[in-house]
Ligand binder design. Structure first.
Ligand code: SAH
Length: 352
């Protein structure tokens, strides 16, 4: 029995939300606290790990949003859950090139894992970057331009199962040294936002994501800026069980060996949009990642990179574009949403 299984056993039945928190971020046994998640040797590959073009285009998106806001100084560029730091390194390179000198942002990374913050420090060595471990600690230094790529999917969800007598919360407990799902007694009214569904179906909500978006919305309304959310979604949400475990690039059992596999749940963009709009933000999208990157000119960028590349590398660049944009790869399962204070007009990639 691993320490996490023991801890869950001792805690008694816990919510799926608490299970995700422990499995991902427990300081001693959590996945992000101990594992090397990214790349071929890790468990999964994210868009910035596929190609430098991804981070470059997002950096340019932030620059365009900053210019549209009147090129304010100071201004902050924030990345939530920066993983290996690759996206920000690519974004900074593109920003320096487009600014024709020092780029205009103070850079702040929000990272809960001390281990991954060290990794980011290595990737970004020599750069003026600061860190905080929660969004509540973000400084107020001018408008904030915020990127969240595959961050919200790591924030925990609560799950409910539709029974003959209504929604009941799905809980996690240990039975005979094995983790299992059980049903809680009632939902405490939390499932009220779920639509009705046939018996046996699972509904998902994420108070943690709603809280995060609400907090950042207040910041954007007060200080200006923009937020770009990129993440995987699924049809039929919120009546859908999207909790998934991934290990060595394959789906794994969600309840076996917590802390060994990445755990994530799809993002319900409609729900996020409602929370942001209620705080006064204007919501753009979601659009598919493929459509978004095409609008930002990924093919033009690819052609430029290919011009100075060996044939083998040029072929790889084409494959990377395909992986990022094609419906049979990340192009449609991943969506992009932009949140801005009302009246800013549509940001790049959302004009049509
Ligand atoms: N954005 C990166 C990595 C995605 S993995 C990429 O696209 O490659 C999720 C990242 O979010 C990791 O860096 C993880 O440590 C961080 N993270 C997860 N939950 C967090 C939380 N509650 N607060 C801050 N960071 C968190």
């Amino acid at each position: 029995m691993t320490d996490l299984v023991q801890a869950i056993g001792e805690a008694g039945p816990i919510t799926v939300e608490r299970y995700m928190e422990l499995a991902l971020l427990d300081p001693d046994h959590g996945y992000y606290s101990r594992k090397q998640p990214f790349g071929a040797a890790g468990d999964f590959v994210t868009a910035p790990e596929i190609s430098q073009m991804f981070g470059e285009l997002l950096g340019l998106w932030c620059y365009a949003a900053w210019q549209a806001a009147g090129s304010p100084r100071p201004a902050t560029l924030v990345e939530l859950g920066p993983g290996s730091g690759t996206l920000m390194a690519d974004a900074l390179r593109a920003l320096e090139s487009v600014a024709g000198g020092p780029q205009p942002f103070d850079i702040v990374l929000v990272e809960a894992s001390a281990r991954l913050a060290r990794r980011q420090r290595e990737t970004l060595s020599g750069r003026a970057v600061s860190w905080c471990s929660t969004v509540e600690e973000l400084p107020s230094r001018g408008p904030a331009f915020i990127i969240a790529n595959e961050f919200l999917d790591a924030l925990p969800v609560r799950q409910f199962v539709r029974t003959a007598s209504g929604w009941r919360e799905r809980l996690v407990m240990v039975e005979d040294d094995t983790i299992a799902f059980v049903l809680g007694r009632d939902t405490g009214g939390l499932a009220a936002s779920l639509p009705d569904a046939p018996t046996g179906r699972v509904g998902e909500i994420s108070p943690a994501r709603d809280r995060l978006v609400r907090g950042l919305a207040a910041k954007l309304m007060a200080e200006g800026g923009a937020m770009l959310v990129i993440d995987f979604t699924a049809p039929g949400m919120p009546v859908r069980d999207t909790l998934q475990a991934v290990r060595h690039h394959r789906h794994a059992d969600r309840l076996t060996a917590p802390g060994e596999a990445d755990l994530a749940a799809a993002v319900d963009f409609a729900s996020l949009g409602r929370v942001a709009a209620a705080e006064g933000l204007e919501v753009f999208g979601p659009v598919s990642q493929g459509a978004f990157l095409n609008e930002l000119g990924i093919t033009v960028r690819a052609e430029r990179l290919k011009r100075s590349a060996m044939p083998e590398t040029a072929h790889r660049i084409d494959q990377d574009v395909h992986r990022l944009t094609s419906p049979d790869a990340m192009g449609e399962d991943f969506c992009v949403m932009a949140l801005l204070p009302a009246g800013c007009g549509p940001p790049a990639g959302f004009e049509r």
